[in-house]
Design a protein around this ligand. Structure first.
Ligand SMILES: C[S@@+](CC[C@H](N)C(=O)[O-])C[C@H]1O[C@@H](n2cnc3c(N)ncnc32)[C@H](O)[C@@H]1O
Length: 228
């Protein structure tokens, strides 16, 4: 029969072993992420359910993208926007992505991914030999993008790296991407110039950058609509 003293020592040593094992697993995940991927710093943590690295995230409930059901609310806003302007959403998205002249095997960054509405069009172009890094500042939106992509594509056949971070302070090495794409979020950045500089920094020399956002056409600015 073990006495209490030895039982206590055994319990403590098991706890230490578990702690050490957990640290080793964490280090392995981190080393894997850093070596295999293009990140230039360590994530704050890795979401246990999705394995998505979280570098920096938008404060919860601070805007319409960081609240519960943010993606569904965004779906409604987009529908209203495209219907009001009589624009076909898929046509517009495809036209913008075509400007990147992507080819199979390219490594692409998409900033402010939102609920992932452009992912399938980019994946169609780069195929299973390419890699798409999809980032957003709001976990609620990015996690919705992950879930929707999983439901829509056979995600295991493609290289899609989701991450949560700030597009004005990207955690990627310089000259990493063949192309960078952005649609619809730049007007929300605290520092728009920094957002553009960051896209430029992480895109390879000779690579392509396409970004667009909704706004008032310059020829409407002096009209009643513009003044309103
Ligand atoms: C109007 S949605 C557009 C989403 C998507 N690109 C689309 O076309 O459907 C704007 C997105 O920009 C993201 N966003 C805002 N500021 C950001 C920042 N500093 N870094 C990364 N994403 C940001 C929001 O969280 C939101 O998901």
């Amino acid at each position: 029969m073990k006495n209490n003293f030895f039982i206590k020592i055994e319990e403590s040593s098991n706890m230490i072993k578990k702690e050490v094992n957990w640290k080793i697993i964490n280090i392995k995940i981190y080393v894997f992420i850093m070596i295999e991927k293009l990140y230039n710093c360590k994530p704050n943590y890795i979401d246990k359910k999705t394995n998505i690295p979280i570098f920096k995230s938008q404060e919860i409930n601070i805007n319409e993208f960081s609240i519960d059901k943010a993606a569904e609310i965004h779906d409604n806003a987009l529908k209203w926007l495209f219907d009001t302007h009589n624009v076909k959403e898929e046509k517009l998205r495809r036209e913008m992505i075509d400007k990147l002249q992507l080819k199979k095997g390219d490594t692409v960054l998409m900033t402010a991914t939102g609920a992932g509405n452009d992912i399938k069009y980019i994946i169609e172009k780069i195929g299973s030999s390419g890699t798409l890094y999809a980032q957003d500042f709001a976990k609620e939106m990015l996690f919705a993008a992950y879930e929707r992509t999983k439901a829509e594509l056979n995600i295991d056949n493609y290289n899609i790296e989701f991450s949560v971070n700030d597009a004005t302070d990207l955690p990627f090495n310089d000259n990493s991407f063949d192309a960078t794409f952005h649609f619809g979020g730049i007007n929300l950045y605290n520092d728009v110039k920094k957002g553009i500089d960051e896209m430029h920094r992480v895109t390879k020399n000779g690579g392509k950058i396409v970004f667009g956002d909704e706004g008032l056409a310059y020829w409407l600015k002096k009209t009643e609509t513009g003044k309103a």
